[in-house]
Design a protein around this ligand. Structure first.
Ligand code: ADP
Length: 256
């Protein structure tokens, strides 16, 4: 079965800026849902900067073709976490994707129609930062499937919050429900003395959520262990227990 026929729920992960932790949150969300017992798909449509294969230590894996389409890469033996990314299709991992809009759009459409996701409970779509061609294609494709909504990732800095406002407007214009905002890298918890330091300003994500009347799903601290595991491509081990993503996952699942 190829395409989205067997996909029960779709969640888009958006951010106004790059580097705020969108792929980390997408990966943690997928792992958290898998740990709750769901079958999950993780689609990386960040065509110019695909980082999901790296975060899940799947960089040496290839996508195979079957009669019905592309077989995604499974991150685990039980085949509960299926992953698709342009990173699996590049001949050389260092190749740059220098494509104009129409080619990118065709690739994204193919990801949504030709991948054999099978019966999965949740498809998490990690989008590129901003509100570009890729987003419009994803949003258009979502009209024919049931998209539960978008999860918006920000950091607490004003400059990131400003971009999130644009993301909120984009969702409203395109009719995608906003599931909530996650504030990433909000504080730093010292691994030695457990003292919590707010490196950037605080409360921006929550204030914006209140202003925009959308749910605030929690803060994810700047976690040296998460950073190290991501660097080593070991986020595949399991979701981080202190990440509010795991709490947010539960509250998200209840809402959906
Ligand atoms: P984006 O997808 O928004 O570009 P990434 O998820 O790739 O951002 O994250 C950028 C970098 O920040 C990565 O190296 C990642 O490991 C690190 N990072 C993201 N969130 C956290 C966090 N909460 N704690 C520690 N490191 C983080």
């Amino acid at each position: 079965m190829s395409g989205m026929q067997g996909v029960k729920h779709v969640i888009l992960v958006l951010s106004g800026k790059g580097g705020v932790g969108k792929s980390t949150v997408s990966t943690q969300l997928a792992l958290g849902l898998k740990e709750l017992g769901y079958k999950v798909g993780l689609l990386d449509v960040d065509l110019c900067g695909p980082s999901v294969p790296y975060l899940l230590n799947l960089e040496d894996r290839d996508v195979h073709q079957c009669d019905e389409g592309w077989v995604p890469v499974y991150a685990d033996q039980e085949q509960k976490l299926a992953v698709m990314s342009i990173g699996f299709l590049l001949k050389n991992r260092n190749d740059a994707v220098v494509w104009r809009g129409p080619k990118k759009n065709a690739m994204i459409k193919q990801f949504l129609t030709d991948v054999c996701w099978q019966d999965i409970d949740f498809l998490i779509i990690d989008t590129p930062p901003g509100t570009s061609d890729e987003h419009i294609t994803v949003m258009e494709s979502m009209r024919s499937v049931k998209c539960d909504g978008a999860l918006i990732v920000t950091t607490p800095q004003a400059v990131s919050i400003e971009d999130v406002r644009k993301e909120l407007t984009f969702c409203r214009k395109t009719g995608i429900p906003i599931l909530g905002i996650i504030e990433n890298m909000s504080s730093y918890v010292c691994p030695n003395c457990s003292e919590c330091t707010n490196i950037f300003s605080t409360g921006g994500g929550q204030a914006l959520a209140e202003f925009a009347e959308v749910p605030f799903l929690g803060c994810l601290p700047l976690d040296p262990k998460l950073a190290r595991l991501s660097e080593e491509g070991q986020s595949c081990l399991k979701s981080m227990p202190n990440a509010p993503v795991s709490e947010s996952v539960k509250s998200l699942v209840e809402k959906i």
